[in-house]
Design a protein around this ligand. Structure first.
Ligand code: BTN
Length: 274
């Protein structure tokens, strides 16, 4: 942790420098790019070429960082963490969606460990501080094969040192960063190490059949349970209701105004303004 006043800012970030110089983070091989289109693209190409599970791709900046539902992920240099991890999970293809939930829990736990903050998750992949988003997860799957053979890329973007001026005007009341919330410039290397550690632990839990434990940790950080929201279905309909939380399979349940409970597998969720 360093103070914003510190002239050296990122200079003391020895873990980050070590990653750049050695291409390693503990047991993990790291491919570091000053700039790339999207770390998810690089990770998918590496994964398809046989790179082992646990390999991490990190970029200082991305030219085409992307989020869920085709959205763009702003990735300015020097202010954020943009990285992707290659996984080869021993899971049934039907369970792959649980990886995003597990990664969300892992990133929250890492942020809790490294800062005084208590982040929440807006199902399925938005990382929130209060009602503002500071990070997100984009999970992409290669061609689905047998259990354990599918390459899964978990891409994570976190606003670490982003200032209000750096945010586009339309995002200023919707987005935030760790620095904006605390006034502290956290070291990206330490944050990255903590996140990779937590992801490893959580994915092991998932593979060990302990999704219920992850679900419990998700529920403790659920940003939308009990709140009114609009669900834009993949078919383009809007359902308005209240989130009643996640089912045992990690699917979001919304009770609409007529009392019908909908199972939300995909689509977009937005909160109804109070
Ligand atoms: C979202 O909020 O919809 C997900 C954002 C995910 C952004 C990260 S940054 C690293 C990785 N590379 C990408 O192009 N996207 C993910």
């Amino acid at each position: 942790m360093v103070d914003r006043q510190d002239d050296n800012l990122w200079q003391g970030d020895t873990v980050w420098r070590n990653i750049q110089e050695t291409g390693r983070l503990g047991r993990h091989r790291v491919h570091f790019y000053e700039t790339t289109d999207s770390t998810n693209n690089i990770a998918m190409a590496l994964g398809n070429a046989g790179e082992p599970a646990g390999t991490v791709v990190v970029a200082e900046t991305q030219t085409s960082g992307r989020g869920r539902l085709g959205r763009m992920w702003q990735s300015p240099a020097g202010t954020g963490l943009y990285f992707s991890i290659i996984l080869r999970p021993q899971l049934d293809p039907a369970d792959l969606a649980k990886i995003t939930l597990a990664a969300g829990v892992a990133v929250c736990k890492a942020v809790e460990k490294e800062t005084s903050l208590s982040p929440l998750i807006k199902w399925p992949n938005d990382l929130m501080l209060g009602n503002k988003k500071f990070g997100g997860i984009l999970t992409e799957t290669g061609s689905i094969k047998e259990k354990g053979e599918t390459v899964v890329i978990v891409g994570i973007g976190v606003n670490v040192a982003t200032t209000m001026q750096m945010l586009p005007e339309e995002l200023q009341d919707k987005a935030t960063s760790l620095a904006l919330e605390t006034g502290i410039l956290f070291r990206r290397g330490e944050l990255l190490a903590a996140m990779v550690d937590q992801i490893e632990v959580t994915v092991m839990k998932l593979q060990g059949g302990r999704f219920s434990a992850i679900l419990h940790e998700f529920e403790q950080r659920d940003a939308i349970k009990g709140l009114s929201l609009h669900w834009l279905t993949p078919a383009g309909q809007i359902v308005t209701g209240v989130s009643v939380g996640l089912g045992r399979d990690g699917v979001l349940h919304i009770r609409d105004n007529e009392g019908e409970v909908h199972q939300v597998l995909s689509g977009d969720i937005s909160l109804v303004p109070k």
